[in-house]
Ligand binder design. Structure first.
Ligand code: ADP
Ligand code: MG
Length: 167
């Protein structure tokens, strides 16, 4: 099974992906590490302090792989069987990311991306797989998030209502 896990930084992708990879015995790929390691980038954006992903190379890397979990901000660019979108209340994103020593503008930028549902909108506008799982992690432990994902896979999809614009 091919599972991708996407979402704003701080939604818990890396944490929950590790739990799932173990439970399902699937090889796990952290995209930030992979992109650097395998040179899957076009260049480096100094202003944003991030690699500019070569999406063609990224897709090629996964093309012949049948079983994996790939987690990262752009995981939904990779064709898969299941796409998981993790969400979290924007204030919670900020508190979860505090220990990363991000500059305040980067914290704000991530909270804002989450508030406007940047990743989720990309997925819903152009679903990259037949099974979509969209869940709110705000009041769940990583174990609980993993349980909900497993239920979503069994059910053939699970879409929770999440709207941070409603206030
Ligand atoms: P991402 O990979 O999406 O950026 P991480 O998995 O690195 O997110 O999690 C960011 C921080 O939030 C970490 O300190 C992690 O321990 C914590 N965290 C992750 N998931 C949860 C959760 N469901 N509840 C509370 N804290 C969480
Ligand atoms: Mg991560």
């Amino acid at each position: 099974m091919k599972i991708t896990i996407t979402g704003t930084p701080g939604t818990g992708k890396t944490t929950v992906a590790k739990i799932l990879a173990e439970r399902l015995s699937l090889p796990l790929y952290n995209l930030t590490g992979l992109i650097k390691e395998k040179n899957l980038y076009l260049g480096y954006d100094n202003k944003r302090d991030a690699f500019i992903v070569n999406t063609e190379k990224l897709k090629n890397f996964f093309e012949n792989k049948k079983n994996f979990i790939a987690e990262g901000l752009i995981a939904h660019y990779i064709p898969s069987d299941v796409t998981v979108i993790l969400r979290a209340r924007p204030e919670v994103i900020i508190s979860r990311l505090k220990e990363r020593n991000y500059p305040p503008e980067k914290l704000k930028e991530n909270a804002e991306s989450e508030r406007i549902a940047f990743c989720a909108t990309e997925v819903f506008q152009n679903p990259p797989s037949p099974v979509i799982i969209h869940i709110d992690t705000t009041s769940r432990t990583p174990e609980e998030v993993a349980n909900v994902i497993m239920e979503g896979i069994s059910a053939g999809g699970l879409i929770e209502d999440v709207d941070w614009l409603e206030g």
